[in-house]
Ligand binder design. Structure first.
Ligand SMILES: O=C(O)CCC(=O)C(=O)O
Ligand SMILES: [Fe+2]
Length: 332
């Protein structure tokens, strides 16, 4: 799944883009270094519904009127205001952006890490930036993020002119903990969730809830046990969200997970948390065709158990936290 773009980019193509024009390596590519036609764009066939926590089959697909529970996503609309967003981006743009893979640019505030060798360097890390302090305090008010203490902030800059994207991947789980928290700035996009596990996924017939059919709004018709806990519900209703329920008692359909891609719509200025199965079972990606204008993603990561209190590397974890939470940082 990762290497769909193999063969599209050659050393000659990379060179023709000019020295330092792009940061792609290996099978990754972007509009600046591709010599062949752009890679085919994948299309999601399910849509995540934040009100019910269900993934619902796209109307035009073979999965229309089918759904399945999709736990592990917490989405908060309007997490930051327009003014806060423009101030934050202005501050970010005062620092240099480094070229990264697949047409992205990045700024990192965190320890230098070699994920393959499981090595990290504390030296050189000066903490998260000052402008993030209030947002970190604000996010911790939501019970999904109780006790969340980030030790890394990574800003990614996507632009359609560069063909920016991020291939399906899991974030590291040696150093980083369960909750991945991202702020979606400047434009909306779609996070695509896919899974290459063996076995089958069980789909249930989906239907519009009664209230939705009668009044165009109302509570979802999902059995209580399948609701997301209240604390995982968004604080504000998403506009234009159709409310779906599922019938867990009638016939079901089994499908291989690899045939399914779930679209999670991320509005501009929203905050999304991936945890549980959405973090450890499903991979996440942003396809190139989902970047329509400049977009900045700010991701905050916490420590894994190994680096937390009682863990084998708790001492290193403590050092990282002490530095991170000074909020005196400059990009590494
Ligand atoms: O841009 C995004 O929303 C996802 C970024 C991401 O997955 C990552 O940095 O690991
Ligand atoms: Fe990621």
């Amino acid at each position: 799944m990762e290497a769909v773009r193999g063969g599209r980019r050659s050393a000659a193509a990379a060179a023709s883009a000019g020295p330092g024009a792009c940061g792609c390596q290996g099978s990754r590519s972007c509009l600046l270094c591709e010599e062949a036609a752009p890679p085919p764009q994948k299309r999601e066939n399910f849509v995540y519904c934040p009100l019910t926590g269900l993934a619902v089959g796209e109307e035009q697909s073979e999965f229309a009127n089918w759904a399945f529970p999709f736990p592990g996503i917490f989405l908060l609309e309007d997490f930051i205001s327009l003014e806060e967003e423009s101030k934050m981006v202005e501050l970010m743009d005062q620092n240099a952006w480094k070229l990264s893979q697949s047409g992205r640019r990045k700024q990192d505030y965190g320890p230098k890490v070699n994920f393959k060798k499981h090595k990290l360097k504390v030296a050189g890390f000066s903490g998260l930036p000052k402008f993030s302090r209030d947002f970190v305090t604000r996010m911790k008010n939501h019970s999904t993020l109780a006790g969340f203490s980030p030790v890394e902030q990574c800003n990614l800059d996507y632009d359609p002119k560069r063909g920016s994207a991020i291939d399906p991947h899991w974030d590291d789980w040696w150093l980083w903990g369960e909750r991945l928290v991202s702020l979606n700035l400047l434009s909306s996009t779609v996070l695509s969730m896919s899974c290459d596990s063996e076995g089958n996924l069980q789909l249930f017939p989906a239907f519009l809830s009664k209230k939705e059919q009668m009044h165009g709004s109302g509570s979802p018709a999902v059995p209580q046990s399948h609701h997301q806990p209240t604390s995982f519900m968004p604080t504000k209703r998403l506009e234009n969200t159709v409310e779906w329920g599922t019938d867990y008692s009638s016939s079901t359909k089994l499908v291989p997970p690899k045939d399914i891609t779930v679209a999670v719509h991320l509005p501009r200025r929203s905050l999304v948390v991936l945890y549980g199965p959405a973090r450890y079972v499903w991979k996440h990606a942003i396809y190139r065709n989902r970047i329509t204008s400049r977009r900045i993603c700010v991701t905050f990561r916490e420590l894994s158990e190994e680096f937390s209190h009682g863990g084998e590397q708790a001492e290193v974890g403590r050092k990282l936290l002490d530095i991170a939470l000074t909020f005196q940082g400059t990009p590494v």
